[in-house]
Design a binder for this molecule. Sequence first.
Ligand SMILES: [Zn+2]
Ligand SMILES: [Zn+2]
Length: 536
Amino acid sequence: MKVQFLGAAGTVTGSCHVIEACGRRFCVDCGMHQGNRAIESRNRDTRAYRPRELDFMLITHAHIDHSGLLPLLVREGFDKPVYCTGATAALLRVMLEDSAHVQETEAGRRMAKYKRRGLKSPPPALYTLEDARRAAALLTVVEYREAFAPAPGISVTCYDAGHILGSGSLRLEIAEKGESVSLVFSGDIGRKGALIVRDPEQPPGADYVFMESTYGDRNHKNEATSAGELAEAVAYSHARGEKVIIPAFAVERTQEILYCLHALNRDGRLPRDMPVIVDSPLAIRATEIFQQHYELFDDAAKKMLAGGENPFALPGLRFALSSDESRAVNAMPGSAVVISASGMCNAGRVRHHLKHNIWRPGASIVFVGYQAVGTPGRKLVENIKKITLFGEDVDVAARIFTINGFSGHAGQSQLLDWLRPLAGKDTRLVLIHGEERAQTALAGLIERQFGIVPHMPDYLEELVLEKGRAARSVPRGDAARPAVNWDFLTGEVERKWAIFKDRLASVREKPWEEQTDMEEALARLDYAVTRLLSRL
Ligand SMILES: [Zn+2]
Ligand SMILES: [Zn+2]
């Protein structure tokens, strides 16, 4: 049996694990890579996925970094069942369409940009609405805790991962060559005590455990105070007549924020004249799906419902569905809370809200979820002073809040708690879905506490799994990380700079209008180099 890591290996996005067993080839998750351009270029190279050779797919939950490449694989010939829970299927139907819409919009923008510059053939949309609809038709609903067999010899059971509505940890029993091997894929593990969803459920032990490690290096501080911190951010900008921008994943995080604002309002801690705007068509549709799946809520939320209280209702709540309504939010004077996606500010309407508000003293930007390396959100929580939005450098004058208590992920000690009942002496552990620092810290603790040395795979790495033996990595010829050719680029810059200096005498001969034009171009170059240096 073999497993290949096509994402979430040393990173938190692009989750996809391709398994070859019982003569079948299938994957657990099929996520989009998110981050800077080099990371996102992985979305365009689908050779390793071999979509036509996949026999089925298992999806742990609806987040795009676990599901977002499904329409692309469908476009490239995948047409087999995709197994997931009912709530995940309901969310995926709207999320994949939304993702396709984002892809098409961005492709349209690129097309216009290329035309303006006289360039040909911009990269097309990753996939279209039609691809997303065809992908949605493949969704096949399974129940929690009911084993199903997607192929002879392969049995799968889904347990509630407590991360978002419908999220699952998967346990696979694979019978091959007279032997049975069990695998657990944790999926994203939720935080105990999170609002709305139930606490994570423990799957039974397994020979191999593939565990997420997003917060492997830290615990969530002050979880209990997060409602208070949100109230503080709201009060800060309300007093200054400015806006509170909350970049949030449209699914789960937005509903948790609404739920929390609802509670603040009930306790009289939300200013009466403060409108709350959800500016994400996806979040609006996702909230409707939440309202159809009350059976998956935790006891506190169910109690609220039983008392006739709608946990997502607020007196000043408005929804911005169209892009005109979204633009109107920015023209609206005065203070307001604006919840908008994407959660990491790498795409979507929230970027417009940042552009209009981030340079305003008194405004606040409130981060409520994990910010992956390379994303604008990550730069902001690391206190960058200027941020590039739509090609423009914008000053960061707004106050940046990072609230941990809304995290959808287990913190370090909760990850260890989750692992404890699974960590037998023969258990092989593979850490996925985490950045290197988080994984190294968690691996050290796991080794000390459980005597297990976890494996931390590289992007594209292949592991051979054999019962009772350590996983063996298949040697690879090509490098999984993109090579950065510093020597070539620095050489080119130096060569061209020498040519410019050589010709400076002739530049001085030119008419002054031309000289000032060129001076301007050189000043831009100087600025670009200054910015580059400021990052060293
Ligand atoms: Zn997730
Ligand atoms: Zn994830």
